[in-house]
Ligand binder design. Structure first.
Ligand code: ADE
Length: 227
């Protein structure tokens, strides 16, 4: 059984969702003068929306909230504020997903209080309606059951974190792993397959970081969990 429900998102899906999002914005008759991406998750969707809506001004605000994959590590706070003058301008705040809504609420409040915009609206690809404290003005998918969207821009980061979680939890009983065992446990826990290139890179990173140590016994290679 998967430990965290995940959906593996492809680049094509991202493009499709952003096209749908752009169409919804265009159909509403509202056009932003500037897009503000919530870093880091919104960079790709925000850049696509700039293209699809023909908006040239793109700014960003970084909100710290989500840490390791699928875990909230800090109280949402502004890490890098918007440093541009948005006086009298119509602003579209973009995020990849509206989950708890904390990042969006804090980013919106900061822009409204500190940047003097004419109007602020919010667009996301996904909206997790049962847990989210704000409803985006524009969204593509309403998600009724919480799930972790494994977006392509966090593929390695999530793979590293997810493997670390497996090693940590199983590490009390099991210290020695083959690559095949790690990959199979990953698929079992998360219900997705990120592909060999990502497993290889994640394992290489964990070896470099000292979490795993490669051991060669004759022709058998294993990985020892050092945590
Ligand atoms: N960031 C915050 N919540 C998320 C989720 N449910 N899936 C992917 N990225 C997220």
């Amino acid at each position: 059984m998967a430990k965290v429900r995940c959906k593996l998102v492809s680049w094509n899906e991202v493009v499709r969702w952003c096209m749908d999002l752009a169409d919804r914005i265009l159909e509403s008759g509202w056009r932003p003068d500037v897009i503000v991406a919530i870093a880091r998750g919104a960079y790709v969707p925000a850049r696509l929306l700039c293209d699809l809506l023909q908006v040239t001004d793109l700014a960003s605000v970084q909100v710290a909230h989500w840490g390791r994959a699928a875990e909230i590590t800090t109280k949402a706070h502004i890490k890098c504020p918007v440093k541009v003058d948005l006086s009298g301008r119509k602003v579209l705040i973009v995020d990849d997903i509206a989950d708890t809504g904390e990042s969006i609420i804090i980013a919106k409040k900061h822009i409204e209080q500190d940047c003097n915009p004419a109007e602020v609206k919010v667009a996301t690809m996904q909206w997790i309606s049962p847990v989210c404290k704000i409803k985006p003005d524009y969204y593509v998918e309403e998600v009724k059951e919480w799930i972790w969207y494994q977006y392509p821009w966090t593929r390695l980061e999530d793979t590293i974190d997810f493997i670390e979680k497996i090693l940590k939890e199983e590490g009390k009983e099991k210290k020695e792993w083959t690559r095949r065992e790690i990959i199979s446990k990953f698929k079992e826990w998360y219900g997705i397959d990120v592909g060999k290139q990502y497993y290889d890179r994640a394992i290489a990173y964990l070896i470099k970081q000292g979490t795993l140590e490669e051991q060669v016994k004759g022709c058998k290679r294993t990985l020892i969990y050092k945590g």
